[in-house]
Design a protein around this ligand. Structure first.
Ligand code: CUA
Length: 169
């Protein structure tokens, strides 16, 4: 079989291109200091959130003098808990996950913003200083009710804040 010289050149170039692509992808995924998106996210069984000690009962928990953790579920088409209540001048770490589809979690008027991915736990730390009410919106399209998916973050003045008891709701 005779292969034309130009044909050979193109074959070689195509091969080189494939090798270059594979090399680039491998480098991007494995080179030191480079992580794929979501690399460090903790994984969770999105079908069994009810059995997870953090997400079975979405809530805010105090973990230090001015430190709080909020366990939040984003699902079609609500956030839980709603409202999320924390005191001002604190440090609040949000752990957010989804039992169904991709959602967003954005606290309006702040730069607090993350994607919420089923099977992963998104972590986000916020230091609310100003008491007030902040809307929470979902900014990833998640279905027919996406535009109605809203929550509320209430930042109480420090001296007026009291954490709800475990089971009074
Ligand atoms: Cu949830 Cu859009």
């Amino acid at each position: 079989m005779h292969i034309h010289d130009y044909e050979k050149i193109w074959l070689v170039l195509a091969m080189l291109l494939i090798v270059a692509i594979i090399t680039t992808i491998t480098y991007g995924a494995t080179a030191a200091g480079i992580g794929m998106i979501g690399d460090e996210e903790e994984t969770i069984d999105s079908n069994a959130l009810g059995e997870d000690e953090r997400f079975a009962e979405p809530r805010v928990e105090q973990v230090g003098e001015n430190e709080y953790e909020a366990y939040v579920i984003a699902q079609q088409f609500i956030f839980e808990p709603d409202p999320i209540e924390v005191p001002a001048n604190s440090r609040v770490t949000f752990y957010i996950t989804s039992p169904d589809v991709l959602h967003g979690f954005h606290v309006e008027g702040t730069n607090a913003n993350t994607m919420v991915i089923p099977g992963e736990v998104s972590k986000l730390t916020v230091e609310p200083n100003e008491p007030g009410e902040y809307g929470i919106v979902c900014n990833e399209y998640c279905g027919s009710g996406h535009h109605t998916m809203e929550g509320l973050l209430i930042v109480h003045p420090e001296d007026e804040f009291e954490l709800d008891g475990d089971s009074d709701e």
